[in-house]
Design a protein around this ligand. Sequence first.
Ligand SMILES: [Zn+2]
Length: 215
Amino acid sequence: METARPDHLPGDPLKATTDAAKEKPVNFRFFAVPGYQIAEPSEQLRAEELVEPSVPHMEEAVEQALSGAEFRDMRAPDRLRALLSTPSAPRHTSPGGCGPAVVFAQPPQDLPALLRLADQLDSLAALEQGERALVWKCAQCGSRYAVPVSLVRAVSIRCERCTATIDLVAERCLGEETLVDPFKGAVNTTRRELAGFFREAMARGWPVLVCAAER
Ligand SMILES: [Zn+2]
């Protein structure tokens, strides 16, 4: 016998629009303004009183940064998409290359949820920050060798390019780097920026708005 499953909880109209709004990539842009500015939806928001995170200008970095995080029991990107496609959500005209903006989180009622989201973003960034490595350079041909810190042993290796001998002695390494690809690095930077921005907005008591940035 089939039982009805409460896929769409009553009281949260966003859940119902989630499925339809999924999948399409969106460049989300967040910003915060003082609450009085959004009292009248039709008014143009003013740039001089606007705070926004400095995120890398990289397509989908913000969406990727938010994936894996939740806001009010929904995956954060799904919630944002649903919010932006909800016709009844009041639209605000935001300054600077961005479609109509809607309120994503408003203090005080959304403060705990937004701070939780900030914590999740920091945790995800810490989790995926990549392994630390020590770097050596071949004295003969300049080839670089990065060895994960956990695997570093004081041994000699033969350079793969010129067959010269390189002593992997910690004292002679060039320095340390993190083994992470550039996109992942940008995503993690975005996570930390967003987390700091969400906390800053809540500390000011300003609502956080979101819009779909134009490509
Ligand atoms: Zn070499």
